[in-house]
Design a protein around this ligand. Structure first.
Ligand code: BTN
Length: 319
């Protein structure tokens, strides 16, 4: 990421609930139904909406975030192509207040470098609900937080987001530059940050996908990790309650102070540090931590190189 601008993309908004103005955040039930593609009777739709409302800690999250983010709302959809894409679409039509959008299922989740982000939604009707994660039935937590953001320097934002997430979750989690959270050398979660400018204003969409339950790793070089391995008592709504308010605080800190307050914490969680790595452009070397702007330092045969490109991926040799 450069000083001039952030990585890619856009964001969105919802007003406070006029029917219940004392509720700081809300779920828009009508949009749940619309997003599910219809097909259900009104009563069945309403029942599904009520079920979803009861499992997501919308009020508790709103109470912790609204004092810091004016106009913040939260919304849960049963299915959408991608929470990042949806918030970008809304931003383009002028919906740009802070919003947390959760999707119980994404049909076209996106990862970095144009990759697909696979996530498990609720089990199919009649299917077995895993013993853990019964609250939501969701194998993954997928959400995006969109908000106006105006740091002087965007460098290191994805690293700061990663630091916030691992701090909120578990001491064994590690960060893999620039956007991943790993557990025991397996990927557990990913971060996709996109930004857009609307006139003078810059907006950011912070998209996060976390594997809550174990899932098959077809086509992946390393099978994914799941949060259940270290936090078996947490389902997706509980994880969201843990991470979302802290994430907002981290973003506000980043906006005023940049990457500096996160650098030391990144180092303690840096899974690449001191390891032989290979970059997707063929560069090899030993990872030597990150610099003050969050660039990956690599000790190569031709000297120390600072890797900043969001287009480069990196993996430990042998992993
Ligand atoms: C990566 O590992 O490459 C990033 C994955 C980011 C996935 C999340 S899930 C919620 C949000 N919506 C998306 O389409 N992608 C992000």
């Amino acid at each position: 990421m450069s000083k001039a601008g952030p990585p890619h993309g856009a964001n969105a908004h919802e007003g406070l609930n006029p029917a219940a103005p004392n509720l700081p955040a809300r779920i828009v039930a009508g949009q749940r139904a619309a997003a599910s593609g219809g097909g259900k009777s009104g009563a069945a739709r309403e029942a599904a909406n009520v079920a979803a409302i009861s499992i997501w800690p919308t009020k508790a999250i709103g109470q912790q975030i609204v004092p810091f983010l004016h106009g913040f709302t939260m919304q849960v959809l049963p299915a959408i192509d991608s929470t990042n894409s949806e918030l970008m679409r809304r931003a383009r039509v002028g919906q740009r207040d802070p919003v947390l959008l959760v999707a119980e299922q994404q049909t076209a989740g996106r990862g970095r470098l144009g990759r697909h982000w696979h996530s498990d939604g609720p089990p199919a009707a009649g299917g077995a609900i895993p013993a853990q994660g019964k609250g939501s039935g969701a194998g993954s937590l997928t959400f995006s937080l969109a908000l106006p953001l105006a740091p002087n320097d965007w460098s290191g934002l994805s690293l700061a987001v990663g630091v916030s997430l691992v701090r909120s979750l578990h001491p064994e989690l590690r960060l893999k530059w620039p956007n991943d959270i790993w557990l025991d050398d397996r990927k557990l979660a990913g971060i996709l940050i996109e930004t857009a400018s609307f006139g003078e204003n810059r907006f950011a969409v912070i998209g996060i996908g976390i594997n809550i339950l174990p899932r098959a790793g077809e086509g992946l070089s390393t099978p994914p990790a799941s949060l259940q391995e270290v936090l078996p008592e947490l389902d997706a709504p509980a994880v969201l309650l843990r991470v979302a308010p802290a994430l907002v605080q981290a973003l506000l800190l980043f906006e005023t102070q940049g990457f500096a307050p996160f650098k030391a914490a990144f180092k303690t969680r840096d899974m690449l540090y001191g390891r032989a790595i290979i970059l997707s452009d063929g560069t090899t070397g030993d990872a030597a931590g990150v610099n003050g702007t969050g660039a990956l330092m690599v000790h190569t045969s031709s000297g120390m190189k600072a890797i900043t490109s969001a287009e480069v991926s990196v993996r430990p040799v042998g992993a």
